[in-house]
Design a protein around this ligand. Structure first.
Ligand code: PLP
Length: 283
């Protein structure tokens, strides 16, 4: 029986009922977080907390107990017997349930808070052999820095990638590469590691932040600048990052082979550094 968290209580999932008037359901008026449990610790929970607080602030949702997220996450791991399993913890906070109106409920109502933890199988083969991706116009809104549950453009673009046998899609806005449907993207160009700078055009990925730190520590030159899609022919490596698959090498973009068509040296080095960090944190 799966135990989830709902508005302050830990309940069996089938005991949870969310109002049809919930603004998450009616307007996608909410934000979320996804953190990873590594059989002993949650990776960079401080980073996830900081991003959650920022998302809540930007959309003006007040969740008085936001500080409880780390404890809720741990409790979900324990209550679902996930201690020894790679798992993801999902948290969603919406503006609550109220009669449908674009305006915020007045007087304010409590948010709806839902969280669950589930074990998953890390896609090791894909991570080691690399993935195919497509390019897609960035059809999202102009506040991609907020981790909003409103993900329709991401979902539609992602499904196009999947329908064409690809794993992810790289978004292009005004000719420049931003990020992917559910990951950040990095390139190696002339030996320099490149990724889009933090701005309203990309999500501040927790993995992105940590990969940049590991790259810096490894003496890799970094450039946080937007790459024109027209420069893709010149790159020697590409990889995408997110909390669940960490680092996935990209071996083709729109059917064109990247570099030698296999994970390149910078990608492999960063993968090794990331794995070593996880091992060290496991103690
Ligand atoms: N960009 C988008 C649009 C995402 O949805 C995600 C994760 O879901 C990321 C980037 C990567 O973020 P993180 O590394 O924190 O998982």
């Amino acid at each position: 029986m799966e135990i989830a968290y709902f508005n302050g209580s830990f309940l069996s999932r089938d005991q949870i009922h969310i109002s049809p008037d919930d603004r998450g359901f009616l307007f996608a008026d909410g934000v979320y977080e996804v953190a990873r449990w590594y059989e002993g610790f949650i990776y960079d929970m401080e980073g996830h907390m900081a991003r959650l607080m920022r998302s809540l602030k930007e959309v003006r949702i007040e969740w008085d107990d936001a500080d409880s997220f780390p404890a809720v996450a741990m409790e979900l791991i324990v209550r679902n017997n996930l201690n020894d399993k790679p798992s993801l913890i999902y948290l969603q906070v919406t503006r609550g349930a109220a009669k449908r109106s674009h305006a915020f409920p007045s007087p304010p109502i409590p948010p709806t808070v839902y969280a669950f933890a589930r074990g998953f199988n890390p896609e090791k083969e894909m991570i080691s052999s690399g993935i195919n991706v497509i390019l897609h116009e960035d059809t999202r809104w102009s506040r991609c820095d907020i981790k909003s549950v409103s993900l329709l453009p991401n979902i539609l673009s992602f499904q196009e990638a999947r329908d064409s046998g690809s794993f992810e899609c790289i978004f292009v806005r005004d000719g420049m590469i931003t990020e992917c449907a559910h990951s950040n993207v990095f390139f190696v160009l002339d030996g320099i590691l490149n990724t889009h700078p933090l701005s309203e055009k990309v999500l501040a990925g927790i993995t992105r932040k940590n990969i940049l730190r590991l790259a810096r520590e490894s003496g890799i030159t970094i450039s946080e600048t937007a790459l024109p899609a027209s420069s893709l022919g010149d790159i020697s490596e590409a990889f995408v990052t997110n909390t669940s698959f960490e680092i996935a090498p990209v071996i083709s973009i729109d059917g064109k082979i990247v570099g030698k068509g296999k994970p390149g040296p910078v990608t492999r080095l960063l993968r090794e550094k990331f794995d070593a960090e996880i091992l060290a944190l496991k103690g």
